[in-house]
Every structure is written in structure tokens, then in C-alpha cells.
Design a protein around this ligand. Structure first.
Ligand SMILES: Nc1ncnc2c1ncn2[C@@H]1O[C@H](COP(=O)(O)OP(=O)(O)OP(=O)(O)O)[C@@H](O)[C@H]1O
Ligand SMILES: [Mg+2]
Length: 424
């Protein structure tokens, strides 16, 4: 049989050249599985000397554990031969002469040479490929590990960064709060300074107004006093009485100015407290009217009207007196002799409404918006004395009581002031 192969082999130069020069290992095996030809590459792959493989059963090239299965496989191929790749989808393992194992790829073909069935096996040692595949797999694995580590690091850094941002935001917030606090403190200081300056201005202004306003009543007191001396010698009691009255009125006027200033000082310093008590309102207003009467001009009189749900109200008598006294004295001061002043008091819902109406000089339209400003006096006051403090004080007291003040006026016809105060 060997000879037949050798013969077939030697008859074709081309075939031999291909066989010898092939880069793959080529084995030719007969129907009994005996190696008949082995090319140099196959000898080298399996670690045999030239010609050493010939005559050996093919199974010497396989680890022992595959022998039985391989014999079976060989028989099947023989019964049903067809060119094919071996071990599709799994790794084939071969064995060298020294017993070491290595991975191979095997393709099978068959041929009848001189009526002899010949299996041709093409064998490639894929150790190197496997190694590089393995290396590739390992570096891919390594890469995945690196990627995972990187991801972890990025995650940790991101968290650290987020924490940093959070801390920064907190610090920023804290800083902003501090800035706001400082701003507020600065504003408060500025407000306090402004108030201080305003108070000082007020005092300066008052001193100039007071020295001006005080001069007239004081000189009138002085002249009346010296006249009283003269009339006393003559025994003219009527004249004496007239000058005593004039002195009283001047002193009243001075007292009123001083009271205004004291009120304003207390209001400015926030020293005015509300002390409500049960007051029989009709009685209270009547007393007040009696108190004002001596200050009225000749022939002037006050008419009071009431429309109250109840007699007794909760009021701060002192604050109410300051409000009403100022308004009534204005009504008298800015009206001529023989005019009537109307005071109407009504309870409306849960408030007390007091209307003080006069038939006096009224207020020029252009002055209306300045009425409650400190030291403001309308352009039509001519030589009627005043400091321009009264209404400003009234407004402040009304605000303090949580009420409101409003007025209507027609120059030359009269004015109506309406105070509305909440009733508890
Ligand atoms: N009933 C009124 N009729 C006309 N004008 C009035 C009346 N009440 C107030 N006024 C005008 O409003 C101005 C301010 O009034 P306010 O009571 O504040 O000051 P004053 O009467 O001038 O001085 P005082 O501080 O002595 O009261 C007055 O100067 C006057 O021009
Ligand atoms: Mg006044």
C-alpha cells in the first residue's frame, strides 16, 4: 500500500511540490487510519523526525482520551465521505510526540488514488493564534476592568465634586445671608442717622419758629401787664379785666405751642402708648367743648350732634383730646367771629366717626396735598398765628390709633375734617 502512495506521489511533480511546500501540515491516511504520507510541516508540528510518522496510526497524534471517539469518527467519515472542517464550533486538541498538547484546526478531504481510499487532512497549529486570541481576550478583560475602575473613579470624583458644589453653595448662601445682614445693619444705622438728623432739623426749626411765635404773645403779656399797672392807679377795673383776659389768652397760646412740641417729641421717640378706658363719650366731648369755649372768637359757638350705638366707648382720653383739641381750635382759628362749628359723632359699623365742620376761610386747592406735612401752612392764612404742626400731630395720633383722617374744603366756604377710629 505504501508503495502505491509513494507511486502516486512520485508520479506528479506538481502534487509533490504542493505537498512538500505547503504551509499547512498535510497528512494522508489510508482507510485503516494509518498515516501513509506526512509533509514536513506536519512532522514539524507534531515533533517527529522526517518519515517517522509514516506507518503510525493517526491516533498517535491525539491525546489518549480522544482515541476511541476518533476511531469511531474515522469509520463514519469512511462510510460517508465529504470534504469538511473538523470540530466546527469547538477547539480541537492534538498531541505532539513528546506528549504535549496543542490546539489545531483540521480540514478533511478524501480521494481515491489507484482505487485506494485516501483521507487528506490539512492541519494548522493554531497555538500562536490561540495565544494572541487569549491575549486579546485578556486585554479586553483588562480594558473592561480599567473601564469599570475608571467609571468608579469618575463616580467618586463626581460625588466629591457634587459635595464640593453643595458646600460652595452653602458657603455662598451663608455669605449672602451675611451680606444681607450687614446691609440691613447698614440700613438700620442709616435710618437711625436719618431720624437723628430729622429730629435735629426739627429742633432747630422749632427753636426759630418758637422764638418768632413766642415774641408776639410775650410782648402782648408785657404790654398788658404794664397797662394793668397804669389802670390800677386809675382804678379802671373793666380795662384791668380786659388785659387780664388778654394775658390769659397769650399764655394759652404759648402753652398750646409748647404742648404741640412736646407731643411731637414724644411721637418722634415712639413714647406714646395707647391706654384705652371706658368713656361716656357724650359727657367726654361736652367737657372738651367747655374747655375750648374760652378760646373761641366772639360769637362763635359749637353745635354737637350724636348718633351712637352705645354711650360708653373704649377710648384713650388723652390721645383723643390731642386730636379733637387741634381740629376744633383750627376750626375756630380759621373762621371769623359769629360762625358756628359743627361736631357730629356717629358710630358706623365698628368705628367711631367724628366730623368737625366749620364755615371758615377754607383751604386753597393747590395746598390740599400738603396739609399733613410738618410746618406746612396754607397760602391764605395771612396773619393768623400758627406753626403748621397741629395737623401733622393729629395725623400721627390717628395713625397710632389705627384710624384715618380725611377732609373736604372749599376756599372761602369752609372745611370739613373727618376722623374715623376703630372701636374695639
Ligand atoms: N379748619 C381749617 N380751615 C382752614 N385752613 C385750615 C384749617 N385747619 C388747618 N388749616 C390749614 O392747615 C395748616 C396746617 O394746620 P395746622 O393745624 O397743622 O397748623 P397751624 O394751625 O398753622 O399751627 P398750629 O401748629 O398752631 O396748629 C394751617 O396753617 C392752615 O393753613
Ligand atoms: Mg392748628
Amino acid at each position: 500500500m505504501k508503495d502505491a502512495f509513494q507511486h502516486a506521489f512520485s508520479t506528479s511533480d506538481t502534487f509533490r511540490e504542493i505537498f512538500q511546500g505547503s504551509a499547512e501540515g498535510i497528512l494522508m491516511v489510508d482507510a485503516d487510519g494509518i498515516i501513509q504520507l506526512a509533509n514536513p510541516v506536519s512532522e514539524r508540528i507534531f515533533g517527529y523526525l522526517p518519515g517517522e510518522l509514516i506507518g503510525k496510526p493517526l491516533e498517535v497524534l491525539l491525546p489518549l482520551r480522544y482515541h476511541a471517539r476518533h476511531v469511531e469518527f474515522r469509520r463514519m467519515f469512511h462510510d460517508n465521505p465529504a470534504p469538511r472542517r473538523m470540530g466546527a464550533g469547538r477547539d480541537l486538541v492534538a498531541q505532539r510526540k513528546d506528549g504535549t498538547e496543542f490546539p489545531v484546526e483540521v480540514s478533511l478531504s478524501y480521494k481515491e488514488i489507484n482505487k485506494l481510499f485516501v483521507v487528506v487532512a490539512f492541519i494548522i497549529d493554531i497555538s500562536e493564534r490561540k495565544k494572541s486570541e487569549e491575549a486579546l481576550r485578556r486585554s479586553e478583560e483588562q480594558l473592561l476592568v480599567y473601564a469599570a475602575e475608571l467609571e468608579k473613579k469618575v463616580h467618586i470624583r463626581t460625588e466629591a465634586l457634587n459635595k464640593l458644589i453643595e458646600d460652595l453653595e452653602k458657603a455662598n448662601l451663608f455669605l449672602q445671608e451675611q451680606i444681607a445682614e450687614r446691609k440691613k445693619a447698614e440700613e438700620d444705622t442709616k435710618k437711625a442717622l436719618d431720624r437723628e438728623r430729622e429730629l435735629n432739623e426739627l429742633k432747630t426749626k422749632f427753636v426759630s419758629i418758637a422764638s418768632h411765635e413766642f415774641r408776639t404773645p410775650l410782648s402782648s403779656v408785657l404790654s398788658s401787664a404794664s397797662l394793668i399797672g397804669q389802670y390800677a392807679k386809675k382804678g379802671d377795673l373793666d380795662k384791668i379785666d380786659k388785659h387780664v383776659q388778654r394775658i390769659k389768652s397769650s399764655v394759652n397760646h404759648l402753652t398750646a405751642i409748647l404742648n404741640d412740641f412736646l407731643s411731637l417729641g414724644r411721637l418722634e421717640e415712639g413714647r406714646v402708648e395707647i391706654n384705652n378706658e371706658s368713656v361716656d363719650y357724650t359727657e367726654y366731648l361736652q367737657e372738651l367743648v367747655e374747655e375750648v369755649k374760652p378760646l373761641l372768637k366772639e360769637g362763635q359757638h359749637i353745635q354737637t350732634d350724636y348718633d351712637l350705638a352705645q354711650r360708653v366707648l373704649q377710648l384713650d382720653k388723652r390721645v383723643m383730646r390731642n386730636i379733637l383739641f387741634n381740629l376744633i381750635s383750627n376750626a375756630s382759628k380759621y373762621s371769623s367771629a359769629n360762625k358756628t362749628i359743627y361736631i357730629t359723632s356717629r358710630s358706623v359699623d365698628h368705628s367711631l366717626e367724628i366730623v368737625i365742620q366749620d364755615e371758615g376761610i377754607g383751604i386753597p386747592e393747590g395746598d390740599i396735598k400738603h396739609m399733613f406735612e410738618r410746618f406746612f401752612r396754607a397760602s391764605n392764612v395771612s396773619n393768623i398765628q400758627g406753626t403748621g404742626l397741629g395737623l401733622n400731630i393729629v395725623k400721627r395720633y390717628v395713625d397710632l390709633l389705627g384710624g384715618s383722617i380725611d377732609f373736604n374744603s372749599l376756599e372761602g366756604k369752609g372745611s370739613t375734617f373727618t376722623v374715623t377710629l376703630p372701636l374695639s
